[in-house]
Design a protein around this ligand. Structure first.
Ligand SMILES: Nc1ncnc2c1ncn2[C@@H]1O[C@H](COP(=O)(O)OP(=O)(O)OP(=O)(O)O)[C@@H](O)[C@H]1O
Ligand SMILES: O=c1[nH]c(=O)c2[nH+]cn([C@@H]3O[C@H](COP(=O)(O)O)[C@@H](O)[C@H]3O)c2[nH]1
Ligand SMILES: NC(=O)CC[C@H](N)C(=O)O
Ligand SMILES: [Mg+2]
Length: 517
């Protein structure tokens, strides 16, 4: 059984990042809502617990608590921010509102020998209003910062540690070393979470789940479903039946290019279903973003079901769902964070679905998926393809989705994309901190007045969006050259009917998201 570290989520926006960092250390890690039934967690046979940060204050009525099994287990525990305050509160120390919030860079000095943080000065990232003001019995003060006299604490005998700062964010340069010390030196977890191991484990799991039934693989041409299908293919070969649905929400030329690419690595066994009319009808009159996502999720499943009915022995549906889809849709077993968007393949699924799901990537992050794709021998162009959301252009066409507005959006998007490609700014295998991770156009139902050829115009607005990102959980807008923006803007206004104004989106994530809906 794989050694596992459990992160209990107290509502921090960073909780997922903690799990990712531990996985980067090649130790398997899963994230759970702090109030998950203990059986579910104990079944994973954990080697240690990490308690995340969170917005609540431990001394308030109704604040999330520390489940008894955590300390009863006798296993190592690391409390981060709220997690540290929770340990303090529970074990008899004192937590109180600090004089002022401490948000941003700080320096922590550690002056006592301990296995978590060797003595010295650390640049760290803080984000808290409460602070520890008295240690629980049995704990030792290990380090302090100017605003947090009790910034690092530990009980060596019980292997329980607390840190007020966030080791999981980039702004804490030695954060990875601190997490490594925890999972390695303190928990003694085996570091065997490698692509090879992941592949072997998923292949075995898929075989055990499916037996000799057939699996309908929903493939989009994106990285996730391609890697998932390759895994399922490795597990059950010819029992796999791949289906690509043309939902009418694709970009220009996408149907053709996906067909070519998928046929190439699926030995020509790809099925294509034209369902564009069904999606358009399902979206007719719908403008609210979550309602669009639900309508699309349901239509996808109904199409998969009607396709499967014409085949024999298909009881399973494979989707390329990955961990961020699950967490962001707030699949109830996982996250304490707020729902930002329901991904069509998780939160958008209808309740009465006739399939059992096969989702070999459900607990993997995007970078892990890419590494597995590489280990399975998928081509680079596929592995580094820009993500394209399943709900497609519907979530980039704000307001009502109609065939006409989709055509406008498609034409504008094709101009932006082709200019970026011509400038060699688009495909950057390997990813980078500042290059384009995703670029597209969104169409706003906002009309403004313009003048073209001495005629008054009153038309909609196109937004250009280009972001850099490693993991799509955070992103920054790309500083594109003015000349390129000028060319794209003039081409869109001149060549695309229905648009008389072009704007560039200058918002990072957070506080915005990458997509507009
Ligand atoms: N047009 C489609 N036809 C069939 N299945 C689809 C289609 N679009 C999406 N799906 C299913 O929904 C899942 C989620 O879509 P999503 O866009 O998150 O993943 P992806 O397309 O595989 O990868 P990427 O995130 O790189 O675009 C896909 O993995 C696939 O199983
Ligand atoms: O398959 C998907 N189904 C969805 O419902 C969905 N919503 C957003 N995305 C993609 O996820 C990444 C983060 O997007 P946001 O910053 O807009 O939340 C970006 O890469 C988005 O393109 C989706 N992918
Ligand atoms: N980021 C956090 O975990 C914050 C913890 C607590 N709510 C505070 O403000 O101190
Ligand atoms: Mg996709």
């Amino acid at each position: 059984m794989t050694d596992t570290i459990i992160v209990l989520d107290y509502g921090s926006q960073y909780a997922q990042l903690i799990a990712r960092r531990v996985r980067e250390l090649q130790v398997y890690c899963e994230l759970f809502h702090w109030n998950t039934p203990p059986e579910e967690i104990l079944a994973l046979n954990p080697k240690g617990y990490i308690l995340s940060g969170g917005p609540a204050s431990v001394y308030e009525e109704g604040a999330p608590t520390l489940p008894a099994y955590v300390l009863d287990s006798g296993l190592p525990v690391l409390g981060i921010c709220y997690g540290m305050q929770l340990l303090t509160h529970d074990l008899g120390g004192k937590v109180a509102p600090g004089g002022e919030r401490e948000y941003g860079h700080a320096k922590v000095n550690v002056n006592v020998d301990n296995p978590l943080m060797p003595q010295g000065d650390y640049e760290v990232w803080m984000s808290h209003g409460d602070r520890v003001e008295g240690l629980p019995p049995g704990f030792e003060l290990l380090g302090s910062s100017a605003n947090s006299p009790w910034a690092v604490m530990g009980n060596a005998e019980r292997r329980i540690y607390g840190i007020q700062f966030h080791p999981e964010v980039h702004h804490t340069p030695q954060g990875m070393t601190i997490l490594e010390n925890f999972v390695d030196a303190i928990c003694g977890a085996e570091r065997d979470w490698t692509p090879k191991h992941i592949i072997e484990k998923s292949v075995a799991d898929i075989r055990a789940q499916v037996g000799d039934a057939r699996v309908l693989a929903a493939v989009s041409g994106g990285v996730d479903s391609s890697v998932a299908a390759a895994l399922v293919h490795r597990a059950i070969g010819g029992q796999l039946c791949a289906l690509f649905v043309d939902n009418g929400l694709l970009r220009q030329g996408e149907l053709e290019s996906v067909q070519v690419a998928l046929n190439e690595h699926m030995d020509g066994s790809l099925n294509v279903l034209d369902a564009s009319q069904d999606f358009l009808s399902a979206l007719s009159g719908v403008t609210e973003p979550e309602a669009k996502r639900r309508a699309i999720g349901e239509t996808f499943i109904r199409k998969f079901e009607s396709f499967a009915r014409q085949q024999e022995n298909i009881d399973f549906l494979m989707q390329g769902t990955i961990y961020p889809d699950v967490i962001e849709s707030r699949a109830p077993e996982r996250s304490a964070a707020q729902v930002i968007k329901s991904h069509h393949n998780v939160g958008g699924l209808p309740k009465d679905m006739h399939f059992a799901l096969v989702e070999p990537l459900r607990y993997l992050f995007k970078d892990e998926v890419r590494r597995i794709g590489a280990a399975l021998g998928l081509p680079d162009e596929l592995i580094w393809r820009q993500p394209f959301p399943g709900p497609g252009l519907a979530v980039r066409c704000l307001g009502e989705v109609t065939a006409e507005r989709l055509a406008t959006l498609r034409a504008a998007d094709a101009i932006f994309t082709s200019e970026l490609r011509a400038a060699e700014l688009l495909e950057q295998p390997g990813g980078s901190d500042t290059g384009i991770a995703q670029a597209f156009v969104a169409l706003l139902p906002v009309k403004s007045v313009g003048v073209m050829g001495d005629q008054r115009t009153y038309q909609e607005t196109a937004v250009l969006r280009a972001v850099s990102s490693q993991d799509f959980m955070t992103a920054d807008w790309v500083r594109l050259p003015y000349e390129l923006l000028a060319r794209v803007s003039s081409r869109i206004v001149n060549e695309v009917k229905g648009v008389n104004r072009v704007v560039y989106d200058l918002t990072s994530k957070p506080p915005a998201t990458i997509e507009w809906e």
